[in-house]
Design a protein. Structure first.
Length: 766
């Protein structure tokens, strides 16, 4: 190499280095500014969760926490340094947390806070948070509760408007226009408020949340008495409703709910409505009836001998003790936490409170100023997005029950999500950020609902990954230019695997099977009439391109999918088949004589079954179910899931029923079997009620909870469910006894290979 060439290389390298340094120096202020913003937002986000759910001041119960998340994000974002951030945080939080201390100096590692005490403690009691799961509003399951000890909280005041007993049934066409009569037996101390009438479908959620005003009729009877209410049916109404509330502490006993309709001047019984509560039920689950145990009320199904016509009735009363469980923080316990590496906070977990306030009170003027600011504050972007990230991240940080089962740096994900949200330019960008964040938790129950999202529309086909190929498995009408077994190589000119990989990072999936199932649906869906190009290889090995439109609305797509196949059929060699995702238990019940005359039964749970299949298990059980701790609602009194103080353990405690199913049984399942389907199969597996054939289930189980965000809401699993032998169920699911996966050959020939294997298995043991 000549000197000239070597010199050129040197100066080119040096020039690149100079340019690199110049770019770094030019961009560094922007990078530093971004880093500062994220530290500010991270500090606010963490402090938000500690104060909202673990600091027990009365002042903290009086604000709109969603609006506070948005308002606070805007106020702290541009603090230039940690001292300015400290001042901003104190200004925002002191009106609702007057005992908050924030340390930024060197002594932040040597903190010894003391609980402020009133001079005269007469009438004061310790006030501290208890969370059973966490109460996030009436949309979630009533098993999730939160309350401060020695307080009936403001968050529960609206529960008085929510019926403790709600009976909703579809109005039958033959009842329209007729006179209807509702009767019930009641016994009450105080006053019972009862509504009997009709509602439209869109009003259901408002009743469940206490937002729809019902015109109750009041009753009082210290002895058992039959009440009667008569209404005229309205032709346009969708549902018949009975709603029951108590005034005061109660108690109210209610039994024998009956409905009659008048035909030709004679009252005739509506048998599908009538409820006598004759049988003992499990965990207050009565078909068609919602029993709301929202604090401070309790609703029980119990034996009551005074009732002439039934051994059991419903009891509604108010809790006497204003605590959820025995464990609670002790006076003097503090939250001492690092917010973002540059400051720490101390915040008491317990305050002293009397009937009027918690001590110490915050400054009145500061509190009024904060309330006024929040009342007059309007959401603006990106702060409503940031507020939604902050609220949702905290719910999962403090209350998600499966952190120990996943390897996750949740705080790092907070920082990344906040940064990506500050860079979002529209709603679609924000949706990607929050979906990607929540997907890391792998909770198959998760559903993010956003107000600006329209209805999804689907391509008129279904497909599935089989033998590592994306295969067309069904088309919705004969005119569509595809055939079963065609292989999709590209979607909009993108390799099918690559197309799916872009989708899958936004899907919260506990197992590979569940991930594939949901990504298959996601890849089919999009905006109305969106044109999609598919590059196919046919069964004859020919290449072709076709164009399809997403033109089937979601409710039609899944309804058509459900119609495929019969719910009940008799197969060769006297084998009976029941699809539990389509058939009701009552329809199965009619077949019990034929079941025990058959050579075997196949129950199909490749999807979500109808809710009443607990009854079916009882006809399979040979002994009483004694497993009482597989459904576990966590008790929280400390933040960050620190020292979870036991669980509220639950089970179903099923008992065998006659007639006992004596014939061999097979259950079909796959990755579409989630939640309730998995509960049924946990029984089958543990008690050996049948042979399970197919693929592993989804690995997601437990009652859902719902958090309302500044924008939209998120549904998630709030309880921990384990297998009956104590082993992990989450992200593992129920494993089949015989594994069968679909093959290309089976698809080509239109075979149901799982069903064929079940038939073969039953024939082999007969």
């Amino acid at each position: 190499m000549s000197f000239t060439d070597a010199g050129k290389g040197y100066f080119i390298k040096k020039g690149r280095w100079v340019i690199g340094v110049f770019i770094l120096l030019t961009l560094n202020p922007a990078c530093q500014n971004d880093a500062r913003k994220i530290k500010n937002l991270q500090s606010f986000a963490k402090l938000y969760g500690y104060v909202r759910w673990f600091h027990p001041s009365d002042e903290a119960q009086e604000i709109d926490w969603n609006k506070f998340a948005v308002y606070g994000a805007e106020k702290v974002e541009n603090a230039p340094d940690k001292e300015a951030l400290r001042d901003s945080l104190l200004k925002i939080f002191s009106p609702i947390a007057p005992t908050l201390e924030i340390y930024t100096s060197r002594n932040k590692n040597n903190i010894h806070p003391e609980l402020p005490m009133p001079k005269d403690t007469a009438g004061f009691k310790p006030v501290a948070w208890q969370h059973l799961g966490v109460y996030l509003g009436s949309r979630g399951s009533s098993i999730y509760q939160s309350n401060r000890t020695n307080r009936i909280d403001l968050i529960h005041k609206k529960n008085k408007k929510i019926p403790q007993l709600l009976y909703i049934v579809k109005m039958k066409p033959y009842l329209e226009g007729n006179q209807l009569r509702f009767t019930a037996d009641i016994k009450t101390k105080g006053i019972a408020s009862i509504y009997f009438g009709f509602i439209l479908e869109h009003e259901l959620m408002n009743i469940l949340e206490g937002k729809r005003k019902l015109h109750y009729k009041e009753f009082s009877s210290s002895n058992w008495n039959k009440i009667k209410m008569v209404r005229s049916g309205l032709a346009l109404q969708d549902f018949i409703v009975v709603a029951v509330n108590i005034k005061g502490k109660g108690p109210l006993y209610i039994d024998n709910l009956f409905l009659d309709y008048k035909k030709r001047d004679k009252w005739q019984e509506v048998s599908f409505f009538n409820q006598t509560f004759d049988e003992k039920i499990n965990k207050n689950k009565v078909p068609g009836i919602i029993l709301n145990n929202y604090f401070p009320y309790k609703v029980k199904h119990l034996k009551y001998k005074e009732v002439d016509s039934s051994n059991y009735c419903i009891l509604i009363s108010q809790k006497e003790k204003l605590k959820l469980f025995s464990q609670k923080p002790q006076a003097g316990e503090f939250i001492i936490r690092d917010l973002s590496g540059e400051m720490k906070i101390s915040l008491p977990l317990v305050l002293w409170g009397n009937k009027r306030y918690t001590y110490p009170k915050s400054n009145k003027e500061d509190k009024k100023r904060l309330k006024d600011n929040l009342e007059n504050y309007s959401y603006k972007k990106p702060y409503d997005w940031l507020g939604s990230i902050i609220v949702s991240w905290n719910v999962f940080q403090h209350f998600y029950p499966y952190h120990n089962e996943i390897d996750l740096n949740w705080e790092k994900i907070l920082r990344k999500s906040l940064y990506e949200t500050t860079k979002a330019s529209d709603n679609e960008d924000f949706e990607k950020v929050i979906r990607k964040m929540v997907a890391k938790l792998r909770d198959g129950h998760t559903k993010i609902s956003l107000p600006y999202k329209g209805m999804n529309y689907y391509l008129p086909v279904s497909w599935q990954w089989i033998e590592d190929k994306l295969v067309i498995t069904h088309k919705f009408n004969d005119s569509i230019p595809v055939e079963r077994g065609d292989i999709v190589n590209k979607i909009n000119n993108i390799n099918a695997r690559k197309y799916f990989s872009k989708i899958q990072k936004y899907i919260p999936a506990p197992t590979i099977g569940y991930l594939n199932h949901h990504s298959q649906l996601e890849a089919l869906s999009g905006t109305k009439n969106e044109k999609i190009k598919l590059t196919l290889t046919t069964r004859n090995d020919k290449k072709k391109n076709i164009f399809l439109r997403r033109n089937i609305p979601s409710h039609i797509y899944f309804k058509k999918e459900l119609k495929e196949g019969k719910p009940y059929k008799k197969l060769k060699n006297n084998i009976l088949y029941f699809d539990l995702t389509k058939i009701s238990y009552k329809e199965i019940e009619k077949q019990y004589n034929f079941i025990n005359q058959s050579n075997g039964i196949i129950f199909d749970i490749r999807g979500y079954p109808n809710y009443d299949m607990n009854n079916l298990l009882q006809h399979l059980l040979k002994r009483e179910d004694t497993i009482t701790n597989w459904m576990k609602v966590p008790k929280f009194i400390y933040p960050d899931r620190e020292k979870t103080v036991e669980y509220n353990n639950e089970g179903w405690q099923l008992k065998p029923k006659s007639p006992h199913i004596r014939k061999p049984v097979v259950f079909l399942t796959n990755h579409k079997a989630v939640s309730y389907a998995e509960s049924l199969l946990l029984f089958v597996k543990y008690y050996k009620l049948g042979t399970i054939i197919g693929q592993s289930t989804a690995g997601t189980n437990g009652s859902v909870n719902i958090v309302q965000l500044p924008i939209g809401s998120i549904r998630f699993t709030g309880m921990k469910v384990i297998k009956f032998d104590g082993k992990q169920h989450f992200a593992r699911g129920v494993q089949p006894d015989i594994i069968i996966t679909p093959s290309l050959e089976g698809i080509y020939k239109g075979k149901d290979e799982c069903l064929e294997k079940a038939i073969q298995h039953l024939n082999s043991i007969n």
